[in-house]
Design a protein around this ligand. Sequence first.
Ligand SMILES: C[S@@+](CC[C@H](N)C(=O)[O-])C[C@H]1O[C@@H](n2cnc3c(N)ncnc32)[C@H](O)[C@@H]1O
Length: 275
Amino acid sequence: MEKPKETTEQGQVKSRARVRDHGEVFTAEREVKAMCDLVRDDSFNPDSTFLEPACGTGNFLLEILSRKLTTVSSRYRRRPFDWETHSLQTLGSLYGVDILGDNVAECRERLFEVWDAEYARLFKSGKDEGVRKSARFILDRNIVRGNALSMKLVDGEAKDTDEPIVFSQWKLLSDWTKMRRKDFSFAHLLENAEEARATVPDSVPGGGHSRLPQNPADRSSLPRNPAPGEQLELFAVPPQEPSSATSGCGPGSAAGGCGRLLFSKLYPSRRVFDE
Ligand SMILES: C[S@@+](CC[C@H](N)C(=O)[O-])C[C@H]1O[C@@H](n2cnc3c(N)ncnc32)[C@H](O)[C@@H]1O
C-alpha cells in the first residue's frame, strides 16, 4: 500500500486567521494513527462506515482509506474486476464535511490519489478510466462542503445556505451493474443515531444518550419517523418517493428532503453515473 501524504508538524496550521476563524489545526499523523487504532478492526473493515464532520484535508479519512484498501487488496489483488468494485464501495463508505472549500477539494483529491495509486500499483497497465471517473463521482458526493453544526451547505463565504447537507449511501446491486444510491439528510442521520444511542445503556462504550448540537438547523421541514423496516444497517430513513436521479439532494438541488432512492449505473467498466 502506498502511504498517504504525511501531515508534518509544520503543515498543521495554514494561517493564524484560519485557526482563529475556523479552529483549523490539522492532526499529526502519529495522533491520527493512534486514534484510528482505537477502532482498529473497523478501520480495516471495508464495510464499516466513517463520517468526519470537520474533515479538514482528510487526515483521518486518508488513514482509514489506506487501511480499508489494505484489506480489499489482500482479498482481490488478482481479480481486477472485484478489486475495482469493492474499492469503489470502500470509497463510498467514507464521508466528510468541512466548511472551507479548499479543504474539501484537497480532501477529495488526496483520497482519490491514495485510491488511484493503489489501483496503479496492483494493475499497472489495466486502469479503466470509467472506474476512475466513478471514484471521483463518489468522492464528490461523499465529501461535502458544509457547516456540520447547522447541517446546512455553505456558500463561498462559508455562510449557511438553505440547503441541507445530504449524504448518499451506496449499495452494490446483486447484478453488479448498478449501485443504488440513497440520499439522507445529515440532520436525519444524527436524529436517528440519537434515537439509537438512547436505547443503548450508558454502560456500553459509546452508548447512552448524547445530545444533538445545541444550535441545529430548523429540521421541521424534513420528514421524520422512519417506518419500521426502513432501518438500514447504519442509517434510518423515512420512505420517500423515488426521485429522478438528476434532481438529487446534492448541492444546487431544490430537494431539501432525504431518503431519496436513486440508481447509478455501473457501466461495463463500472462507471457510476446517475441515470
Ligand atoms: C481542528 S481542524 C481538524 C481537521 C482534521 N479533522 C484533522 O484532524 O486534521 C478543524 C476543521 O474543521 C473545519 N470546521 C470548522 N468549523 C466547522 C463547521 N462548523 N463545520 C464543518 N467544518 C468546520 C475547519 O475548516 C477545519 O478544517
